[in-house]
Design a protein around this ligand. Structure first.
Ligand SMILES: [Zn+2]
Length: 118
């Protein structure tokens, strides 16, 4: 299974020695949230598309909006439900302000914002 996961990886793993990622583990957030971010960065989040690629018989469409495939980008930034969540969070983030950013860059910017605001 591990080997199969590595074959499906489309992005390089984040360098755990990079200071920014060390900050992830020290972030003032629930450990589950931090683990979820780590899973996003390692492309191991069980999105519908990832499940389908790994042989699970399921529909790849997002189960919240049914408009696009559920990728990590859609799940976290693009879906109208994600956009609503982030905007109404304490961070007040408008994901539509940075549609060109991939998830890794977007998370890096979030970590930078959290550092500036704390
Ligand atoms: Zn959606």
């Amino acid at each position: 299974m591990q080997e199969k996961n590595l074959q499906n990886r489309s992005e390089p793993l984040p360098d755990p020695n990079e200071p920014r990622w060390g900050r992830l583990w020290k972030a003032r957030a629930h450990p589950r949230a931090i683990n979820c971010v780590w899973r996003v960065l390692n492309n191991s989040l069980p999105t519908r598309l990832n499940l389908q690629k790994r042989g699970v018989n399921c529909i790849a469409l997002c189960p919240r909006c049914w408009k696009k495939e559920e990728t990590k980008h859609h799940l976290l930034k693009e879906c109208e439900f994600a956009r609503c969540f982030w905007f109404h969070s304490q961070l007040g983030i408008r994901t539509s302000d940075s549609p060109e950013l991939n998830i890794k860059k977007w998370i890096e910017e979030l970590l930078d914002k959290l550092d500036r605001d704390s």
